[in-house]
Design a protein around this ligand. Sequence first.
Ligand code: SF4
Length: 384
Amino acid sequence: MASQRRAVVLIVARDVRHEVLVDPWGAVLVDDYVRVMERFGLEPFTDELLKALPSPNKLMRRRVVFCHRDLWVIADAIRRREPFYVLTGIMPSALKIHLGTRMVIENFRYFQEAGATEAFLLVADVEAVATRGITLQEARRRALEFHIPAWLAMGIDPDRTKFYFQSENRTVLRLASCFSGRVTMAQMEAIYGEVTPGKVIAALLDAADVLYPQTRLPGAPGVIPVGIDQDPHMRLMRDIVHRTKAEFGFRPPASVYHKFTPSLDGSLKMSKSVPESCIEIPEDPGSVERKIWKALTGGRGSLAEQRAKGGQPEKCVVFELFKQHLIEDDRELDRIYEECRSGARICGECKTYATELMVELMEAFQARMEEARAIVKELEFIRE
Ligand code: SF4
């Protein structure tokens, strides 16, 4: 569940039998979230659940976080002040970070601040070797020089987080080895479709990572914030928990899913394959401005028509950037929505404002990176 994988791909494609597939390694965005939930038995993120969580974050309030598995267990643990853990991971392959990673971090921080007993941030370096074709040394270098500092710069608290590299965590490697004897290729193919040896290794490591905290907090529930593309890993992990019940006695952690940041051109192609269709971190002001001004909006064909009929924020990528990343205040977001619908607002205003906010975000990130790199030199990583 390395977050880069989340960022990388949200895929819902249809295979030759017209089944819906969600592929953690694919390159197509989801076009029908309801269908994905129905197909895979995910529970909707309801008003009732929202009320049960203390001070829900903006992604939850705005239903960017839209579904879950077993999140009630965590809501109960928070309310009763009982132990639970939260875990997420970094895929140290790409040299930039997708905007979607910020949502993983926001949700990770939410559960950390809501009282998680332990919060783990792992570096999926073995997985990067298995699926991204880089060396272990290179994965480590990229993690230490860019990815971990970037996560700190985006708000991860180093004093309240436990870090490890997969390659240095023998418990995780041992668990993945044990799990390999409990799954079949038919099971893997039923969940993932076509798999390679590297993908099998990555999937087993993913299950080992999310269950590893239970070797330190036996019996404690956990929560894994992910993009919906990562649900196949959650389903495999649940199968493994069931098949190894007598041996390990793990319980499946809860998972909470956010939607993806749409491609700027509104297509279902994921950003990696079309760099101009996404904004990554870091990015220079000129590039941010160029991309936002080319983004798909819900504006009408002419100014007169927009004034008369109003815009369509539901179809607007710029509005989605406001909603997911750029505007914290719900009242401000509501005001933009109403102004758009009434025709009082035109797209140029939004693009200017979105550019300004996105450039501020990039500048704040760059300003924090130097300090974050110094902190990383002092970090202690779990080695066992
Ligand atoms: Fe989107 Fe703003 Fe245009 Fe409305 S006015 S469609 S929110 S860019």
